[in-house]
Design a protein around this ligand. Structure first.
Ligand SMILES: Nc1ccn([C@@H]2O[C@H](COP(=O)(O)OP(=O)(O)OP(=O)(O)O)[C@@H](O)[C@H]2O)c(=O)n1
Length: 361
């Protein structure tokens, strides 16, 4: 690096440390240097558009201080300036929130031209400058930070909320690829207060643009749920046909689409209690025996949505798990006949149960 090159820790690492949270990824900014000098120092360039480098040993990200100016519509409409005379303050100014625009020097001095520390103390998410509108993804990021930091009691500054609403109104959110939308959403679903993400997006008028056809009503999500279950609960009121389209549009990974669609489908097509034939068909359609873990997760979602007890659902599975194919084979069944006999035996096993989910006929 050039002798005058200076390295600063920036972004989430500084923010999380000040909040007393564990620091995951460290991002660094370098001023006073050039891509060539970074390469000479053994850094490895990643991404062609922006001058971002990986440290030869730590593999942490080092970005040259840069200014961005928007040109045209959408995420790709940027020109990027990263001359060595760009000052740290200029780099911090293009960032999304004041709490994400604090830098720290090697010897621990904080550089905070936009008063991010004060906003951290006051629990405010506030945009740094008009550059906020240059990346519509920031609407989702703010919603995600509200969810992640819900237990700290953050709120969004009114002027920032107004900008978020203006971005939603402008149609710019449509320039985000579904993959980027999903990445932020999956990230938000990892937090205990994931519903806050959807509440914020709804409040600023972004939800309908990002999640077409999602029927959303806010609800508290208990801590016990994982990200797949949370997505199922968030989407629980969306008709299954619309939900299938939404999951496909978002490229939601398999487990998200499976749990959400199976739980919604069950609710849409059944009214409890059900007879033993219907239960047997359903248990086999969701691979209750072959895949016990996903099944247990599915029933914990369904038990919650139908306000029934999970133990009754588990009892249905337990009854068919006892039906033994070996015994039927010894009785001379094979091939398609064996399949039929197995099905019949399972139906009979369910019918014998004394279970409030079972319709006695
Ligand atoms: N659309 C974006 C994405 C990132 N940043 C800036 O780049 C930093 C690093 O971004 P990233 O690693 O994506 O997020 P973090 O803030 O570190 O948050 P997380 O803990 O979720 O990774 C942010 O703090 C912020 O200063 C931004 O201004 N606008």
């Amino acid at each position: 690096m050039l002798p005058k090159a200076t390295v600063y820790l920036v972004g989430g690492a500084v923010r999380d440390e000040l909040l007393g949270l564990p620091v995951k990824d460290k991002d660094w900014v370098v001023t006073g240097t050039t891509p060539d000098h970074m390469l000479q120092q053994g850094f490895q360039q990643v991404g062609k558009q922006f001058p971002v480098f990986l440290h030869p040993k730590t593999k942490e990200e080092y970005a040259l201080a840069r200014k961005e100016r928007k040109q045209g519509i959408g995420y790709t409409g940027f020109v990027c300036d990263f001359a060595p005379d760009i000052r740290l303050e200029e780099d911090l100014e293009r960032r999304d929130l004041t709490i994400n625009a604090i830098a720290k020097t090697d010897d621990g001095v904080l550089i905070d031209p936009f008063h991010g520390r004060q906003d951290l103390e006051k629990r405010v998410l506030r945009h740094v400058s008009d550059a906020f509108i240059e990346d519509p993804l920031r609407v989702l990021r703010v919603a995600r930070f509200m969810a992640r930091f819900a237990s700290f009691g953050f709120h969004i500054a009114p002027e920032t909320k107004a900008l978020m609403a203006a971005i939603a109104e402008s149609g710019e959110l449509n320039s985000l690829t579904p993959e980027r939308v999903w990445r932020e959403t999956e990230n938000a679903l990892q937090s205990d207060h994931a519903q806050v993400y959807f509440d914020v997006l709804q409040e600023v008028g972004a939800l309908e643009h990002l999640f077409p056809k999602l029927a959303y009503h806010t609800k508290q999500l208990a801590k016990q749920w994982d990200k797949h279950a949370r997505w199922s609960l968030i989407t629980a009121e969306t008709p299954v046909a619309a939900l299938t389209e939404l999951n496909a549009y978002l490229r939601a990974p398999n487990q998200f689409s499976w749990f959400s669609e199976q739980s919604r489908l069950f609710i849409e097509t059944n009214t409890l209690p059900l007879d033993s034939v219907t239960w047997e068909a359903w248990l086999s359609s969701v691979a209750a025996i072959k895949k016990p873990q996903p099944f247990e997760k599915l029933i914990s979602i369904l038990a919650h949505l139908t306000e029934t007890e999970a133990k009754h659902w588990l009892a249905l599975r337990a009854s068919i798990a006892k039906v033994n194919a070996q015994t039927l084979m010894k009785q001379g069944f094979s091939g398609a006949e064996l399949g039929q006999a197995l099905k019949q035996a399972r139906i009979e096993a369910i019918a014998k149960l004394n279970n409030p989910l079972l319709l006695k006929v």
